[in-house]
Structures are given as structure tokens and as C-alpha cells.
Design a protein around this ligand. Structure first.
Ligand code: NAD
Length: 302
């Protein structure tokens, strides 16, 4: 007897679509003498962020965006970093700024992140950009949150009236996902580590989004048959192969093998939310460039 398996949501198609749109718009800005440039601030030596940065650079360049990584030693002070961010904020050649995480403990992440000018905050983490979402005005929206919602939309399912459960309530993912979905008239329940009986919520959901950071948190018995499962979690685990060798593996928060037998749609990890997030980062950078150019044209008309 063959087991039912969920449809894998096609993130490749979504990434290709976003990249094509970004490439066209970036080329148009370039033709106006307005090249798009993304500057990354990377502090200390973190092997994981090295991989992320190389990947961001590759994708940026594939859509015509210049990518510059500025690496700083972990001994850098908060004051020096604030001065660096300020110089990038006022530099008209810089379109967008991203702050790579994690950062050394002696630095204050929120202060640094919020110091990036809202018009260049392509990660969408400045309170001004987050606040706009509450008003249904989508300027620069947090990339992972938007990527996750667009993956749900790519299924073609009607979001209006959909029962959605968001697991995790971080500023970067859970909260913006719930606001975006509310804007599309889904009925959203937000759950977190204070939630009593998580499964009682997830079992009645038409779509479950999970962003926690706990491998295997979501099991098949927690999912309504046919539901959509968007797995945002990224976890490194060690697995032992048949020859007894251990190696690192990246998994999400969902027991993918078992949940696939129950869900209607699912995103894999890796290869689901992650690549769409990077594509959305490039689209935010392009949008920032368009807005900056528009502001410049308005000033010239005055
Ligand atoms: P976080 O680490 O700031 O917060 C974790 C959230 O999980 C909190 O809301 C907490 O209340 C909730 N939580 C913890 N234990 C829980 C439990 N037992 N049941 C229900 N909720 C519980 O969250 P974050 O920064 O949004 O990251 C979450 C995960 O998403 C991590 O694995 C992270 O690596 C991943 N992530 C992925 C991307 C991507 O591009 N795919 C981007 C950002 C974060």
C-alpha cells in the first residue's frame, strides 16, 4: 500500500520568479545611473555566517546587486560600529545595510540594528518598518516572515478565513508572520513557550508555521490531514550513518518524514524557507533602491 505524501512547496520556482523581477528592476535603476549596492557588516569569526555571507554575495551578484562585506574584529566597540553604520546611512552609494548575526556579547544588537536608517534597513527590522506592517503598509518587511507567507500563497490556497497557527513569537519571524496573515484575513493563533497544549492548537489548523529552533518539535499527530506546514526552523544535528560515522545535518523543527505522510503541503529544510528568504532580501534591497531614487527625483523637481 502506498502512503499519501504531502506536496513539497516549490521554493525553486518562487526564488526564480523573485530573482527575475529583481534583476529587471535593478537593471532599470542601473540604466538611470542608480546602481544598487548592499553592504554587509560582519563582526568576529563565525564559520556559519561565512557560509551565509558567501551565499548572499552569490545571489546578489546574480541579480546585478553589488555586494560588499565589511569584516570587523570581535574587539570592535559599540561606538565604532555606530560610527560605521552612520557613515553607511549617509553614503548615497549604499542602498542597503545588513548586520550579520550572531554578534559578540559585548555589543548591543538592538541598538545597532535600530541605528540602520529605515530606508536602508533591508532586513526590515527597524521599529519603523515593523510598525508599518501593523498599519498594513508593507515597506521593508522582515525577509524570513515574508518568504514564509509567500510560500503559503504559492500553493494557490485561499488565505481568507484560513485557520493558521504560528508557533514562535519572535520579532523577526513569528510576530510579522501573524500580522501579514491577518492582513490577508486569516484567523491567526500565535503560540510560544508559554502555550499550554500546543497540539490542541496545531491539530485544528489549516496551516502551521513553525519558527522555534527545536528539531522534531512538530510530529505527525499534531497536524490535521491535508494541512500546510511551513518549517522555518534551522537546526544543526549530528547523525550517525550506516558505517558508524557521525556528521552534521541541517533540519527544521518538523519531523519531516512522518509529517509528510499527513500534511497536504510541506516545505523541506534545507531548501524551503531559506532560499526564498535570501531572494526576498534582494527584493527588499531593490525596493530600497527604487524608493531612494524616487526621493531623489522628487527633490530634483522641487
Ligand atoms: P527565537 O529563537 O527568537 O524564539 C524562539 C521562539 O520559539 C519563541 O517565540 C519561543 O516562545 C518559542 N518556543 C520555544 N520553545 C517552544 C515550545 N516548546 N513550544 C512552542 N514555542 C516555543 O526565534 P527566531 O529567531 O524566530 O528563530 C526560530 C527558528 O527559526 C530558529 O531555528 C532559527 O534558526 C530559524 N530561523 C530561520 C530563518 C530562515 O531564513 N529560514 C530565519 C530566521 C530564523
Amino acid at each position: 500500500m502506498s502512503e499519501e505524501t504531502a506536496k513539497i512547496i516549490n521554493s525553486k520556482a518562487l526564488v526564480a520568479e523573485i530573482k527575475e523581477q529583481v534583476r529587471t528592476e535593478v537593471d532599470a535603476l542601473d540604466a538611470k545611473g542608480w546602481p544598487v549596492k548592499l553592504v554587509s557588516i560582519d563582526i568576529g569569526d563565525n564559520p556559519a555566517s561565512g557560509i551565509y555571507i558567501r551565499n548572499q554575495k552569490r545571489i546578489a551578484e546574480s541579480v546585478g546587486i553589488t555586494f560588499e562585506n565589511r569584516h570587523f574584529p570581535s574587539s570592535i566597540t559599540q561606538k565604532e560600529l555606530l560610527a560605521t553604520i552612520q557613515s553607511l546611512n549617509v553614503d548615497p552609494r549604499v542602498t542597503g545595510i545588513i548586520l550579520q548575526r550572531p554578534i559578540p556579547k559585548h555589543l548591543d544588537l538592538d541598538t545597532l540594528q535600530f541605528f540602520i536608517h529605515p530606508a536602508k534597513d533591508v532586513e526590515g527590522m527597524n521599529p519603523a518598518n515593523i510598525g508599518n506592517i501593523v498599519y498594513g503598509k508593507f515597506r521593508l518587511v522582515p525577509c524570513t516572515a515574508l518568504a514564509s507567507v509567500e510560500l503559503l500563497k504559492s500553493t494557490g490556497l485561499d488565505i481568507r478565513g484560513m485557520e493558521v497557527v504560528m508557533i514562535g513569537h519572535s520579532e523577526i519571524v513569528g510576530k510579522p508572520v501573524s500580522l501579514l496573515l491577518m492582513e490577508d484575513l486569516a484567523t491567526v493563533t500565535v503560540t510560544h513557550h508559554g502555550t499550554i497544549d500546543l497540539a490542541s492548537h496545531t491539530r485544528r489548523a489549516d496551516a502551521v508555521f513553525v519558527a522555534v529552533g527545536k528539531p522534531g518539535l512538530i510530529t505527525a499527530d499534531m497536524i490535521k490531514p491535508g494541512a500546510v506546514v511551513i518549517d522555518i526552523g534551522i537546526n544543526q544535528i549530528q547523525v550517525t550513518d550506516e558505517n558508524g560515522k557521525t556528521r552534521n545535518r541541517v533540519v527544521g523543527d518538523v519531523d519531516y518524514t512522518e509529517v509528510s505522510k499527513v500534511a497536504g503541503w510541506i516545505t523541506p529544510v534545507p531548501g524551503g524557507v531559506g532560499p526564498v528568504t535570501v531572494a526576498v532580501l534582494m527584493r527588499n534591497t531593490m525596493l530600497a533602491g527604487k524608493n531612494q531614487r524616487k526621493k531623489y527625483e522628487q527633490t530634483m523637481e522641487m
